[in-house]
Design a binder for this molecule. Structure first.
Ligand SMILES: Nc1ncnc2c1ncn2[C@@H]1O[C@H](COP(=O)(O)OP(=O)(O)OP(=O)(O)O)[C@@H](O)[C@H]1O
Ligand SMILES: [Mg+2]
Length: 105
């Protein structure tokens, strides 16, 4: 939810196409790989790690806890969460987690 809301907020003031793409696929080593991409303002490369720090926010009413909590949820399931440098505009957040029996249905 936080990744989706972040994408919507990142595209709020963008002129032109506003598109969010959510993909989930099976990756190597029995992992599930999920990505949330948007055509918003993007994340400058120098902030790619800082945005995961507690209380880091660029929003007037943000708490800056969203990505910190998202990362800890993913890590508690044995996965990783990161932001990928997208060429051009927008941001792509990705996470992996181990596949479970429920994923094989
Ligand atoms: N999709 C995105 N595109 C561009 N910048 C982003 C995106 N997602 C996150 N960010 C940047 O990372 C910061 C931290 O995000 P995070 O979700 O941790 O907090 P927040 O959205 O500001 O507040 P909240 O705690 O309500 O989620 C944002 O304020 C924004 O600067
Ligand atoms: Mg957020």
């Amino acid at each position: 939810m936080n990744l989706i809301v972040n994408s919507i907020e990142a595209m709020k003031d963008v002129d032109g196409i506003r598109e969010m793409v959510i993909k989930s696929q099976r990756a190597e080593n029995e992992q599930i790989h999920v990505s949330v991409s948007d055509t918003g303002i993007g994340v400058p490369p120098q902030f790619a790690e800082q945005i995961f720090d507690p209380f880091f926010t660029t929003k007037p009413h943000g708490t800056g806890m969203g990505l910190r909590i998202s990362r800890s949820i993913v890590e508690s399931h044995g996965g990783r969460l990161w932001v990928a440098g997208a060429p051009g505009r927008g941001a792509t957040f990705q996470f992996t987690r181990p596949a479970t029996v429920a994923d094989r249905g």
